[in-house]
Design a protein around this ligand. Structure first.
Ligand code: SF4
Ligand code: SF4
Length: 401
């Protein structure tokens, strides 16, 4: 494992563990599996673990695993204040104390204002006394580093960056997002101020691996470097010295081992001109095929009407990156024939989802287009028949009981 510097002399592993995507078993996290994966990472030198108040069950799972294995003091915990739920100073304490209790710890090493998108949100926090709160927590040692995670545009990022003496920040950044959100402008500005930058969505929620168009997959296979799709994404980031830690939501030991391998030998400045040119080729292939730039982050969820927004967009993209048949058949399985249907047509256009989308997608409009494409008439009929059959089966089962 390689390490880069935190602001106060911490040696941070350049691969961080993103705890948002632990495997779930039913409605809860599969703790045994998550524990195995975390220990694999820990034993390979990963010392940065990122979670958040709003990731369901994640803080509690991480706290339990670290405590049981007595490794709390050997790692850095990063978690986040749900700033969008804060309306008073008391609320900050309430959420923070709950987080300490879930994490079974007396301190947070890296504490972030979660999901800022503009300076107004930071100002609102200042109005309820966040600056005095931070001062108090730093003095007591309950918070070691203060930062923010960010999803707005680069202008607002720079304003927030300049407004406070931050210890670190976290941005969405990958080769497709070089010039969106905080982007390379934000990355360089933070680094110039000596602020470590943590990277989230390095593979765009897996899109730069699993959902690549066939042509891009082929290009990767035949490239003489022999790197996998994930390696191309991570190496592009590690190549930049301004990047401190790259978070990966790892949910298999294979994924942990592959990422660890990359993080142990990808150094800043190792890309050649040919490598950069190859990344441009991949970008072209991806952008030529995708219908919508949804990262699958799920910040738009839950929808009050039960619309599976990221699920619908994923299937829609699959129609164009893989094949129409694949996209529609995934749609039938994951959206149309689930117990509670989650069709785009259930949308009442309340607009709630669009306020939370870090990619600023016009979700309501795009849902309509996606639905038309995913459910042509023969599919509509087949889905209606399938649902009738499912309901009859469920009724019969209840009668037998
Ligand atoms: S606009 Fe539609 S999809 Fe979005 S939250 Fe409201 S009902 Fe759900
Ligand atoms: S629509 Fe936006 S908020 Fe929802 S999953 Fe996609 S990118 Fe995330």
């Amino acid at each position: 494992m390689q390490y880069r510097n935190g602001k106060h002399g911490e040696k941070l592993s350049i691969l961080g563990y993103g705890c948002m995507r632990f495997t779930r078993s039913g409605s809860s996290i599969d703790i045994a599996k998550a524990e195995k994966e975390i220990l694999e990472a820990f034993n390979s030198g990963v010392n940065y673990y990122d979670t958040a108040y709003i990731y369901p069950g994640s803080e509690a799972a991480l706290g339990e695993i670290l405590e049981r294995n007595r490794i709390r003091d050997n790692v850095y915990i990063a978690t986040k204040l749900p700033q969008y739920m804060i309306s008073s100073r008391q609320a900050i304490d309430k959420y923070f104390n709950e987080e300490l209790s879930r994490l079974r710890t007396n301190r947070v090493d890296f504490y972030l204002m979660h999901h800022l998108t503009d300076i107004a949100q930071w100002q609102r926090l200042k109005d309820v006394g966040i600056l005095q709160w931070i001062e108090g927590k730093k003095a007591s040692g309950e918070v070691k580093n203060i930062g923010f995670s960010y999803h707005g545009n680069s202008d607002n990022f720079l304003k927030i960056l300049d407004d406070y003496d931050w210890d670190f920040c976290q941005i969405q950044y990958n080769y497709l997002d070089e010039n969106s959100q905080a982007g390379v402008i934000g990355l360089k500005a933070a680094a110039e101020k000596g602020i470590p930058v943590i990277i989230m969505e390095p593979l765009r929620g897996g899109k730069l691996v699993n959902l690549l168009p066939e042509s891009a997959k082929q290009a990767i296979k035949t490239n003489s470097r022999g790197w996998t799709a994930a390696q191309w994404g991570l190496r592009w980031l590690y190549n930049q010295e301004e990047v401190t830690v790259v978070l990966s939501g790892m949910n298999s030991t294979e994924m942990v081992l592959e990422n660890v391998k990359t993080a142990s030998n990808a150094t800043a400045g190792h890309f050649t001109d040919e490598d950069f040119a190859f990344i441009e080729t991949l970008k072209k292939e991806i952008n030529a095929h995708e219908k919508i730039g949804c990262t699958g982050c799920r910040y738009c969820m839950p929808c009050p009407k039960g619309v599976d927004i990221p699920g619908i967009f994923r299937c829609w993209n699959t129609m164009y990156t893989e094949s129409k048949k694949n996209g529609r058949s995934q749609y039938v399985q994951t959206v149309a024939l689930t117990k509670e249907p989650s069709f785009a047509t259930q949308c009442i256009e309340c607009g709630k989802c669009e306020k939370h989308c870090p990619q600023s997608l016009p979700i309501r409009q795009k849902l309509k287009e996606a639905d038309k494409d995913l459910r042509p008439l023969p599919y509509k009929i087949a889905i209606a028949v399938g649902r009738k059959y499912m309901m009859r089966q469920a009724r019969d089962k209840n009668k037998v009981r």
